[in-house]
Design a protein around this ligand. Structure first.
Ligand code: GRF
Length: 204
């Protein structure tokens, strides 16, 4: 089976990238990581890619004066690697609609809260500060608005009374590392389709 080529976009430690790398060792996994793109140099995610011999590139946010040029540069790298989709694994930048036009229903993000609650940065801290007793993970397609596109999969995580942001985020990430590869596998196998705001999973 030919695997679908994907780019994984990262900004930090890359534990979700690592989960994708580990999942892709299964010959039945639907996607192949063609390139890892970071928005800054020297992040651990780049070391993880290098350790596996995966092509990696830095498109440094600080080299660009605006989001338009930054998005074009990211898409250029992705296009050169002939990918069919962009997987945002802890990528902390917002791309312009040009990326969505180039990759319609093919940009996927993992967010550490149950959207539409707590979009944006520090979702775990926001949830804790709000006093919710349940939060979780959302994997969704990216559209023109931040943390807003059609939801592919969600899983809940209970908040404990003595939780800290770090402890809660750790439990959330454990779920992310299971569900994000599952979604990327389904994307790679062409099982996901979008009908309005709903995502339909085709049976495997
Ligand atoms: C994850 O918790 C993800 O939900 C959020 O950023 C974090 C990235 O972690 N968007 P990592 O770089 O994958 O370890």
């Amino acid at each position: 089976m030919e695997r679908t080529r994907i780019a994984v976009l990262v900004s930090g430690s890359g534990s979700n990238l690592q989960a994708l790398i580990d999942a892709s060792h299964d010959p039945d996994f639907g996607a192949e990581i063609a390139v890892v793109i970071a928005d800054r140099p020297h992040v651990q995610a780049l070391d993880r890619a290098a350790a596996q011999g995966i092509d990696h590139a830095v498109v440094s946010w600080s080299d660009f004066s605006d989001r338009v040029a930054f998005t074009i540069a990211i898409c250029d790298v992705a296009q050169r690697h002939e990918v069919a989709g962009l997987m945002l694994a802890g990528f902390m930048r917002i791309l312009t609609p040009a990326a969505i036009e180039q990759y319609p229903n093919a940009i996927i993000n993992v967010h550490p809260a149950l959207l539409p609650a707590f979009p944006g940065a520090d979702a775990v801290g926001q949830a804790l500060a709000h006093g919710v007793t349940v939060t979780g993970v959302t994997v969704h397609f990216v559209d023109e608005q931040v943390d807003h596109g059609p939801i592919i999969l969600q899983e809940a995580v209970a908040v404990r009374s003595d939780d800290t942001v770090a402890a809660l985020h750790r439990r959330i990430q454990r779920i992310e590392h299971r569900v994000f590869p599952r979604v990327v596998d389904a994307f790679g196998k062409g099982l996901l389709s979008v009908e309005g705001r709903r995502v339909v999973w085709a049976p495997q």
